[in-house]
Structure formats: structure tokens, C-alpha cells
Write a protein that binds this ligand. Structure first.
Ligand code: UN1
Length: 506
């Protein structure tokens, strides 16, 4: 790990506020411990109010220059960011795995998502299309343009410590915006490593100081939320904090992109291919130790295949290896910290108290190799959808299994939670699949057929409805939120006819 940390420019003590080449350090210190073995990886000096001022003032100046760089040129720089990420994929993937605790495969996958979104953004930099419209008046032309919006505040979560930032930053940069990133205080080193990678590329291209900024420490989050100089805040995290971010930013008429909790379900139809269900459901429930927004939390199973599905799952869970996520033999790594372990244990107790039946026993794993106290057993509980605990998102590998009889009932159960991020159905029945995707089907931002709930590709817009917050990031036309839209009407005639046929004679 030592060589990896030095390759990524990380020391024992790191500065946590940056505008690019410049770093500031006047704040308090936070320590980053790995959940892998509980040891200290390094400390970070967080952002003081003064540091924050310097960062945002530099970002505001940088925006004035960056917005004038032609979009395809900005895209070319993002292309080089993708190259730098390719070179650092292994090191950064390992750091993600070590600091956050996800398996190395998933750590590498996360860096791949960063590369993919950069590639996407490069193409986008030659598009950013607006429409042209036909004017109702003679010798008039109408069209719309998308202009850069300004400073984008990005507040990201520990579970995807690098990818979610890149979804925002890569798009924002090609759109002509500058970014101020506040990463999770649980994974600050991943953020500093990214800033180091970016800075090298930006310096080489004489990108103005302040196009990519970093602030750390939880106080910085609220400074961003309240900052009128920041027209857009993209927040990923819990519904509870998201509600606060949403209100605070709305109060000053800022815009938000909210990616909040999920309570994602897979419907297992009697017409499904159970082998496929197995991979989708088990990866969905235990991947990233159940700490993805898209993790599978509920399995809604048709009564005719219920017992068989449970048996198959039990067998699969019996094979799962829990342990050091950097060891490729292990499937399940640790939770992020011991507080998350407490929440996991409480959720299991609550499910039992509400009448849940344990199918696969949970618990904390102890002994050699598990000294951090963060390793837990993925568990399965038979439950009812209306249980209070089933209605909540617990960021841990707990899978609730629920029985259904008709497809309409299954869709109702799937929709009947406060969150609306990801959903899926496993079926080979065309009618069921189409019903699930129809207006009367899943109410989520993501609805899949014969694919699990997690592992979305970057090409689609990512996000969800209801308490998930309604934001969309990543692919499709999610870029539009990072720009301000302007409608332009041009009169190239010699008369000034008014719209709506209004006569105004003077
Ligand atoms: C998240 O958990 O915040 O779809 C993002 C997925 C990943 C992204 C998850 N591509 O599971």
C-alpha cells in the first residue's frame, strides 16, 4: 500500500483544500482509518473558513476564463484526464478498495466508471445541443443556447468515493463550469489522490487555477449549501441530509441535483431464469457489502418459485467468503465503520421484532483478519413490505424476501416504499416485462429487465424519484442541469411585430 500511496501523492499528513497547484491548510485534522484492518492510513487537514474563501474566490475567477475556452478544447483536456486515470487505474482502484472497503474488482470498476464518464464527456463537448424553433413572426428566428452555469458544488458520499465526483466533474468541465468538491470525511484520501491526478493534467494544459477545487471537513458542506456564488449543488448521500441540502440551497434559489437513498427491489417472477436471478440478486445484495445506493434490499418472489428461490439463495450465501477486499478470493468486504455495523445489527433486531423470519443468519465476524470490527455476515430475512424497517434504507447487506401472487401485486409492493431509485424484474414473459416498464409499472428512475438493481452503466441518466430526490447525473441529457438555458429570438426584418398578434400603435 505504501508504494500506492506515494504513487498517488499521499503522505501521512495531507492538506485538504486545493484550487489545483495551490493547497491550503488551516483547518482541524481528520484521520482516515481503513475498515480493512482498522489501521490509520493518513490524516487530512480540513478546510477552514479562510481556506474556503480562498478556494471559492479562485474558482470564481477561474470560471471567467474557463467558460471562454471552446467546449471541444475543454473536452480534449477531459480526454487527457481519462488517459491519466487509465494510467492510475490500478493504484486508485486499490486505494478505493483500501480506504472504503469495497472489493478490488469493484474499486477498479469504480475507476472504470470515471474513465467511461470522461470518454462520454469528450463526445459531449462537441454537442451540448440546443434546439432551434420556428418563430410565429415573419423574419424572426428563435433558438436556444446552453451556457456554462458557474461553480458546481459536489458533495459526495463514502460509498463511491471517486466515481460519483467524476460523473459530476467531467460533465461540468466540458460544460464550461468549475467544480468545488467536498468528499465524504470517511474517504478524504481518495479525493486528494484524484485532485493530484487532475492537477498534473491541468498544469500541463495551463488550465486556470481553480477549475478543479477540493474542500474537506463537514463544515465545508454547509458553506457550499449557503454560498450564493455556487448556483448548483450536486449532493449524494442520505435522504435526511439531502432534505437539509435541498431546503438550504432552494432558500437562495440555487439548483440541486439530489441522489439520495434507495430501497431497491428485484421481482422474481415464476417465468424467470433462476440462475440469472441468483447472480443479479446476490451481487446486488452483497456487492459493496450492501452499501450502494442501488444495492438490492428487497426480493419480491412469486409464491410458486418462493421456496426454490430461498433454497438457491441459502446455498449461494453459504459459499460467500467474507474478508479482506483486496484479496480476490473474497466476495464481501467490511462495512465502512463500526457505526455502520451498529446500524446493521439494530436493523436485524428490528426486523425480528416486527415478525421477520431469519433465513440466513447475520452477525459480526470476529477473529484473525477481522480486527477492524467492520466485517458482517450478509443475511436474508423473510419480511413483510410494510414493516417499518423494510421501508427504510439500511446501508448493509440485509436482504428482505417478500412473497407475491400476481404481477400487479408485485409491482405495488415494489413501488410501496418512500424511495424510488432502482428496480428490476426477472422474467421471460413479455407481458410482465412490458407491464413493469409501463406507465403503470415501476415508479423508479431505473427499471431493469433480467438485470439486477445495481451496476448501472454511465450512458444512462442516473437517479430516482420520491425520497431519492429526483436528480439525474451521468449520461443521456443529464448535462443540461450543469448549464443555464437561454432562449434567443432575433428579428432580421425592418418591422417590429409583437408576439401573440398584439397591436401597439404609437
Ligand atoms: C451509488 O451507490 O451512489 O449503479 C452509485 C451502480 C453504480 C453507481 C452507484 N454504477 O451501482
Amino acid at each position: 500500500m505504501k508504494t500506492i500511496l506515494s504513487q498517488l501523492g499521499l503522505n501521512n499528513t495531507n492538506l485538504g483544500s486545493s484550487t489545483g497547484s495551490q493547497w491550503f491548510a488551516n483547518g482541524t485534522e481528520i484521520s482516515s482509518y481503513t475498515p480493512v484492518n482498522g489501521s490509520l492510513i493518513g490524516t487530512v487537514q480540513t478546510t477552514s473558513n479562510d481556506d474556503y474563501e480562498k478556494v471559492v474566490a479562485t474558482a470564481a475567477e477561474a470560471f471567467k476564463k474557463w467558460r471562454l475556452v471552446p467546449a471541444p478544447k475543454r473536452g480534449d483536456i477531459v480526454r487527457q484526464v481519462a488517459e491519466a486515470l487509465r494510467e492510475n487505474k490500478d493504484a486508485l482502484g486499490r486505494l478505493v478498495s483500501y480506504e472504503m472497503g469495497k472489493s478490488l474488482q469493484e474499486g477498479l470498476g469504480e475507476v472504470q466508471e470515471m474513465i467511461d464518464i470522461c470518454d462520454f464527456a469528450v463526445g459531449l463537448s462537441r454537442q451540448l445541443y440546443g434546439l432551434t424553433m420556428h418563430s410565429e413572426r415573419p423574419m424572426h428566428r428563435m433558438y436556444e443556447q446552453y451556457h456554462p452555469i458557474g461553480i458546481v458544488g459536489i458533495i459526495s458520499a463514502f460509498n463511491f468515493p471517486v466515481a460519483v465526483w467524476s460523473w459530476n466533474a467531467a460533465l461540468a468541465w466540458v460544460c464550461g463550469d468549475v467544480c468545488v468538491w467536498k468528499p465524504s470525511s470517511k474517504t478524504p484520501l481518495c479525493a486528494i489522490a484524484c485532485q493530484n491526478i487532475i492537477t498534473k493534467v491541468f498544469e500541463k494544459n495551463n488550465v486556470p487555477e481553480g477549475v478543479s477545487c477540493l474542500v474537506t471537513g463537514n463544515a465545508s458542506g454547509d458553506l457550499i449549501n449557503n454560498d450564493k456564488r455556487i448556483p448548483l449543488v450536486s449532493f449524494t448521500g442520505s435522504t435526511r441530509i439531502g432534505r437539509h441540502v435541498s431546503k438550504t440551497v432552494a432558500e437562495r434559489f440555487g439548483k440541486t441535483i439530489l441522489e439520495l437513498g434507495g430501497n431497491n427491489a428485484i421481482i422474481v417472477s415464476e417465468h424467470s431464469d433462476l440462475n440469472m436471478v441468483l447472480v443479479g440478486a446476490v451481487f446486488g445484495a452483497v456487492g459493496t457489502a450492501g452499501q450502494r445506493c442501488t444495492s438490492t434490499r428487497r426480493l419480491i418472489v412469486h409464491e410458486s418459485v418462493y421456496d426454490k428461490t430461498i433454497e438457491t439463495l441459502k446455498n449461494a450465501y453459504g459459499q460467500l467468503k467474507i474478508g479482506n477486499p483486496l484479496d480476490a478470493a473474497n466476495h464481501v468486504g467490511p462495512l465502512i465503520d463500526t457505526k455502520a455495523v451498529e446500524d446493521y445489527l439494530k436493523a436485524i433486531e428490528k426486523a425480528k421484532a416486527e415478525g421477520g423470519k431469519i433465513v440466513v443468519e447475520g452477525g459480526v465476524v470476529e477473529g484473525a483478519g477481522y480486527e477492524s470490527g467492520c466485517y458482517v455476515k450478509p443475511c436474508i430475512i423473510e419480511a413483510k413490505n410494510e414493516f417499518e424497517i423494510v421501508q427504510e434504507e439500511t446501508f448493509a447487506p440485509i436482504l428482505y424476501v417478500i412473497k407475491y401472487s400476481t404481477i400487479e401485486e408485485a409491482i405495488d409492493l415494489q413501488n410501496n416504499v418512500p424511495q424510488g431509485l432502482s428496480s428490476s424484474i426477472f422474467t421471460n414473459n413479455l407481458r410482465e416485462a412490458e407491464l413493469f416498464l409501463s406507465h403503470a409499472g415501476s415508479d423508479c428512475g431505473i427499471a431493469n429487465v433480467n438485470i439486477g438493481t445495481s451496476g448501472a452503466e454511465i450512458g444512462g441518466a442516473f437517479g430516482g424519484e420520491k425520497e431519492t430526490g429526483g436528480g439525474r447525473e451521468s449520461g443521456s441529457d443529464a448535462w443540461k442541469v450543469y448549464m443555464r438555458r437561454q432562449t434567443n429570438t432575433i428579428n432580421y426584418g425592418t418591422e417590429l411585430p409583437l408576439a401573440q398578434g398584439i397591436n401597439f400603435n404609437i
